[in-house]
Design a protein around this ligand. Structure first.
Ligand code: C5P
Length: 236
């Protein structure tokens, strides 16, 4: 199975370590063994020892997606990203404001870290954007920012599974699309509203899928990850 941007098909599944402690995270990583190669660490874990965990996972040969959604004045973003390049992680998120993205690209320099931009938070609808002072509808803001990410030198976009086709249309084939909001057929949607199955998301143009609860809360996480991997392989 070949993919122009990803060598090992297992890397297409990113398991979200949405747990409160490093201990909980390690238990998941050890349950999954070589059944998962890529992990996402968000605020909750990052602020509870997760940055050291990230470094440790990298030394154990895993890839790490740090979902920190950085946003500040350009210079501060540059300096923050420079520090994060030392961790050896693979992906880092920043908000898709042009100045923030330029700062991040400068801070990344020639490190191997890939920068992913968050166009519009998926919890926002048109009313939330108006409340925040924006005149664009969500769909138009997503398009504008995806285009700006492309011209700024960002490596990929994080978007909901349901937005994958629109985003792919804007950014073309070379940039990465990383998408949460995935639910294998038959699993509970939880608080996710517009979900796609792994196969649907891959066919819509996603490169990597972020999956949390359907794997980490499964009775058998390894089997759950393997089933998702099979769906990814079948759709690739
Ligand atoms: O458990 P679940 O599969 O819903 O987890 C999805 C992960 O992706 C969580 O870490 C969540 O914070 C993240 N995420 C999301 N929707 C977005 C952006 C990120 O669910 N729009």
């Amino acid at each position: 199975m070949t993919h122009a941007k990803i060598n090992d098909i297992r890397d297409r599944l990113i398991v979200a370590l949405d747990v409160p402690t490093v201990w909980d995270a390690y238990r998941i990583v050890s349950d999954l063994g070589d059944g998962a190669t890529f992990y996402k660490i968000g605020y909750r874990l990052a602020f509870a020892g997760g940055l050291d965990l990230a470094r440790q996972l990298v030394t154990e040969g895993k890839q790490v997606f740090l979902d920190l959604k950085l946003h500040d004045i350009g210079n501060t973003v540059t300096e923050g990203v420079e520090s994060l390049t030392k961790l050896g992680v693979t992906f880092l998120t920043v908000h898709a404001y042009p100045q923030t993205m330029r700062g991040a690209v400068e801070g990344r320099g020639d490190a191997k870290l890939k920068l992913l931009a968050v166009t519009a938070l998926t919890s926002y609808d048109d009313t939330d954007l108006r409340d925040a002072g924006y005149s664009l509808a969500v769909r138009d803001l997503v398009r504008l920012r995806a285009e700006q990410a492309r011209t700024t030198g960002i490596d990929g976009i994080v978007c909901s599974a349901a937005e994958t086709e629109i985003v792919r249309d804007v950014i073309g084939p070379d940039m990465l699309i990383v998408t949460p909001g995935i639910r294998p057929s038959g699993s509970a949607a939880g608080d996710q509203k517009r979900t796609l199955t792994p196969g649907e998301a891959i066919r819509a143009g996603a490169d990597h899928l972020v999956v949390g609860r359907p794997v980490i809360r499964a009775a058998d996480p390894r089997a759950a990850a393997a089933a998702i991997m099979d769906e990814i392989a079948a759709a690739s």
